[in-house]
Design a protein around this ligand. Structure first.
Ligand SMILES: C[S@@+](CC[C@H](N)C(=O)[O-])C[C@H]1O[C@@H](n2cnc3c(N)ncnc32)[C@H](O)[C@@H]1O
Length: 266
């Protein structure tokens, strides 16, 4: 296939399309990446360059598929676990909150599910009732999340006891893989949700995690997302962001937590 040339105007059109659909801010440093992703999607959709750009402009599903290839869905179990550990510990300290439906957590950019499953095994392990809403813009990652089967190297940070208790070892064609047990997955509801365009379904979460996605947003978009998520958290509830992210220089009402810079409280 011939190399793709993308004019400045085409790049800006694409950038605007991706931005309005997802909040993801593509800068010019991404030009080469973008070209190779377009080539990949052209191959898959069997379209010429112009046909593909036209298709992209007219199909929301394709924009989301495209976004999948320009962001990274990279995630793994027990990633940046300090903030999760703190939330789990705090939940264990509030027996009064062991209400009938339990603690409600929202993983708001859950990718392939590694994050909500990590939260779930730790909450299960301390025996508190809970339910998790796990959302992402991409149906591809949500399908993987729902399946709950992972290569062994994704779970290498999971403590051995939890690994044995809550995961099934694969055999035959699943050798080298693990599957999350039903007793964990039954607590999680996976759903498509776009942080930019969708409205939160509840204002009653005890904790919201929105980690390693705002890194792709510009400050204005991040601030809007943070405001939206603030409104979905109960007073005293937690808000976790990624270690490489910050609410500094942002207008927000969260309080900081000492020694855990990526965790906030409402
Ligand atoms: C790097 S992953 C983060 C996964 C996990 N939270 C973690 O920290 O390991 C970023 C995820 O954000 C999702 N994403 C990007 N834009 C989004 C948007 N506008 N709304 C919801 N999810 C989005 C991507 O599909 C991707 O799965």
């Amino acid at each position: 296939m011939d190399a793709i040339t993308l004019s400045k105007k085409e790049f800006i059109n694409l950038k605007n399309l991706v931005y309005s659909a997802s909040g993801i801010n593509l800068h010019e440093g991404k030009l080469e990446l973008l070209k190779s992703k377009i080539a990949k999607r052209m191959r898959i959709t069997k379209k010429s360059f112009n046909e593909y750009l036209h298709y992209l402009g007219s199909s929301e599903a394709e924009v989301i598929e495209f976004i999948d290839t320009v962001t990274t869905n990279h995630s793994f179990f027990f990633r940046e676990n300090k903030s999760i550990e703190h939330i789990v510990y705090q939940f264990s300290q509030y027996p009064k909150k062991k209400k009938e439906n339990g603690f409600r957590i929202w993983c708001a950019a859950c990718s392939t599910g590694d994050e909500p499953y990590s939260v779930a095994v730790q909450l299960k392990n301390i025996g508190v009732p809970f339910s998790i809403l796990a959302t992402d813009i991409s149906h591809t990652v949500l399908a993987t999340a729902q399946r709950g089967i992972y290569k062994n190297d994704k779970v290498k940070n999971v403590p051995t006891q939890l690994l044995h208790q809550y995961f099934q070892k694969g055999s035959g064609k699943y050798r080298g893989h693990i599957k999350v047990k039903k007793e964990i997955s039954r607590h999680i509801h996976f759903k498509k949700f776009n942080l930019i365009t969708d409205t939160a379904s509840s204002t009653e979460f005890d904790a919201v995690l929105c980690r390693n996605v705002m890194i792709y947003f510009d400050p204005k978009t991040s601030e809007k997302v943070v405001k939206k998520l603030y409104n979905s958290i109960l007073p005293g509830g937690f808000f976790a962001i990624g270690n490489a992210e910050s609410l500094m220089n942002m207008n927000h009402k969260f309080k900081t937590i000492r020694k855990i810079p990526s965790l906030y409280i409402k």
